[in-house]
Design a protein around this ligand. Structure first.
Ligand SMILES: Cc1cc2nc3c(=O)[nH]c(=O)nc-3n(C[C@H](O)[C@H](O)[C@H](O)COP(=O)(O)O)c2cc1C
Length: 297
């Protein structure tokens, strides 16, 4: 895990198995299955379990991110994952600001109750041989990252910090100075996250944290990983073809291809077409046609 410098952020419904495989092929060292409900996992929701099992097909270092706020359920979910022998890391989501998750007392709501957050990471630690991480924001209403780090650090191997408070949503900028300060406070692995849009952004921060995690930029440009790691641009056309080859879910294929082509010439017309297609094979055919159209870019 120490060697993983470059990570793909978990993005709910977007960082599917196919996208994670592509990110790895382009240079990402570590990926996470996003936002798995501990409750759904324990109480046998088939779709959730399928998402978890499918990690078997992914190469390389991999994590799975769970959410929840109930100690007993988290314990059972962790034991379930531990026995699978598929993943290297279990991550607890303590950063998601979405209404649905926060209202259920999970995600970033845990930043309002650091004793509970500490209990949950301790429970994970005590029930797995896997590495343990927690993904946090700087705080809920205000930046209290020192207290957050202090609460979790005895029980985790790695702390992933998105440099915004939960109440901010995605407004403003990720506060990397606070992330660097957090790094000074602990000898656990600290991963910085937020607003890394280019190779240049990455090189500005990489020496002051142990690793960097990239989310939204990778959706539009999965090649950001090869730009950073190998100083090499990747062809969007090739990535689109790989996506068509791997992604079996029509909705995911639509969403991911829409991100991928945004910003390209004529993308408005392409996007309109993609949105209208209802048949999976038709969508694949159209995307293959598109991959040839955008080749020169
Ligand atoms: C559409 C979307 C879905 C996300 N889903 C998750 C998620 O499931 N788990 C999580 O920890 N963070 C999630 N995030 C937050 C990202 O992992 C990341 O922390 C955030 O986007 C900041 O990084 P970036 O500026 O590189 O995108 C999501 C963000 C977006 C935009």
């Amino acid at each position: 895990m120490v060697k993983a410098k470059l990570m793909l952020a978990p993005l709910s419904e977007l960082t599917t198995l196919s996208f994670r495989i592509i990110a790895k092929e382009l240079g990402a060292d570590l990926t996470f299955v996003p936002l798995v409900s501990s409750f759904a996992l324990v109480y046998g929701n088939d779709k959730t379990r399928e998402l978890v099992f499918e990690g078997k097909k992914e190469p390389g270092l991999k994590g799975i991110q769970i959410f929840g706020n109930n100690q007993e359920i988290i314990k059972k979910a962790v034991q379930f994952i531990d026995e699978l022998n598929i993943y290297d890391i279990i991550d607890l989501n303590a950063g998601c600001p979405s209404r649905k998750i926060v209202d259920s007392g999970s995600g970033s709501a845990l930043l309002k109750d650091l004793r509970l957050l500490r209990t949950l990471v301790r429970t994970i630690r005590e029930n797995t041989k896997l590495k343990v991480s927690v993904k946090v924001r700087l705080g809920y209403y205000k930046n209290n990252i020192e207290e957050v780090v202090k609460a979790v650090e005895p029980f985790v191997d790695m702390i992933i910090i998105h440099g915004r408070v939960a109440k901010q949503g995605y407004s403003g900028k990720s506060d990397w100075d606070s992330i660097f300060r957090a790094k000074e406070l602990t000898n656990k692995i600290v991963v910085g996250n937020g607003d890394i849009w280019s190779r240049e952004d990455y090189f500005k921060v990489k020496d002051k944290v142990d690793a960097v995690m990239i989310g939204r930029a990778a959706l539009r440009n999965p090649g950001i990983f090869s730009e950073i790691k190998y100083d090499k641009k990747a062809s969007k056309s090739t990535i689109l073809l790989r996506l068509v080859e791997l992604e079996q879910d029509i909705n995911a294929l639509k969403k991911l291809s829409l991100f991928l082509i945004s910003g390209l010439k004529n993308s408005k017309e392409f996007k309109r077409k993609i949105t209208l297609i209802k048949d999976y094979d038709e969508l694949k055919d159209y995307l293959i046609f598109l991959a040839n159209e955008i080749k020169p870019e």
